[in-house]
Design a protein. Structure first.
Length: 275
């Protein structure tokens, strides 16, 4: 009788049947061990996505060998930390990342542009997102494909286009953005290392004082442009010229006699420092 009663007890070993039993154990620590066990089969892992313990679900989200069905289920998990771990999992598939582009929390969404599995479909989802900051984070990545670049160059937000202007490595996109109607975008062009000297000269003559000041801050203007900007109609531009560390001494001497006292103060302080 004793032998028979022992034989009738559920298998709680490491075999598949035992793992299935332990996956439903009352103790969280037991279920957590199953969730992290490399031997646990996919069907048991997927069933555990409904586990009442967020600790168990977080362990599932971190598994790099997790089946796609499990990760898809966790994309809608109510626990924020579970979804954060999920989006940080480098093996998270693109279709799950697409779903996470609409996640209610910014920390999950903002992780998408840097994800190694963020393919063109993920980038399309980001471009469709209503989250302006998410779209800008994508725009500030180099090596984007032509379709994504085109979509971001036509983005409704000047902040997104400005981010693209500052970081794009596509000369054709840069040529489009330098003519953008919004001065924020043209300021972004001044920050891009691919912007040529000729384009910096063009930006130094921009109708917007903010763009001309940004051209000064690029440190890539020819001496004759700096001399001309010492007489710029905007005190904002002249102040930046007086402040910027690469401004030549000859230009600083002109600014030291500027009609605006703030410009004079900056220019004379720089001259004293250089003496």
């Amino acid at each position: 009788m004793q032998r028979g009663s022992r034989a009738s007890k559920p298998d709680r070993g490491t075999g598949e049947a035992g793992l299935g039993v332990r996956a439903r154990d009352k103790k969280v620590a037991v279920r957590l061990a199953v969730a992290g066990d490399p031997a646990t089969p996919p069907e048991i892992l997927e069933a555990m996505t409904a586990d009442p313990s967020r600790t168990v679900r977080r362990a599932l989200a971190a598994r790099r060998d997790a089946p796609g069905g499990l990760l898809r289920a966790l994309a809608g998990d109510p626990d924020l930390k579970t979804r954060q771990i999920l989006v940080e999992n480098p093996t998270c598939p693109p279709d799950v990342l697409v779903a996470l582009a609409e996640d209610p929390h910014w920390s999950v969404r903002w992780s998408l542009p840097n994800h190694p599995a963020a393919d063109v479909e993920v980038r399309r989802a980001i471009c469709r997102s209503t989250d302006e900051d998410l779209r800008r984070l994508l725009a500030e990545r180099r090596g984007l494909d032509q379709e994504t670049n085109a979509a971001l160059a036509g983005d409704r937000s000047p902040n997104v286009r400005a981010g693209l202007a500052a970081y794009t490595d596509d000369p054709d996109i840069l040529a489009i953005l330098i003519t953008d109607a919004d001065s924020k975008v043209r300021v972004g062009v001044t920050q891009n290392p691919l912007t040529t000297m000729d384009r910096h000269r063009l930006l130094a003559n921009d109708k917007s004082a903010a763009v001309r000041a940004a051209a000064v801050q690029s440190g890539r203007l020819a001496h004759d442009e700096l001399q001309r900007l010492a007489h710029d109609r905007s005190v904002h531009v002249r102040w930046w010229l007086a402040t910027w560390p690469t401004t030549p001494e000859a230009v600083l001497r002109v600014l030291a006699e500027d009609p605006h006292p703030d410009v004079v103060t900056q220019a004379r302080a720089r001259l004293r420092k250089n003496a």
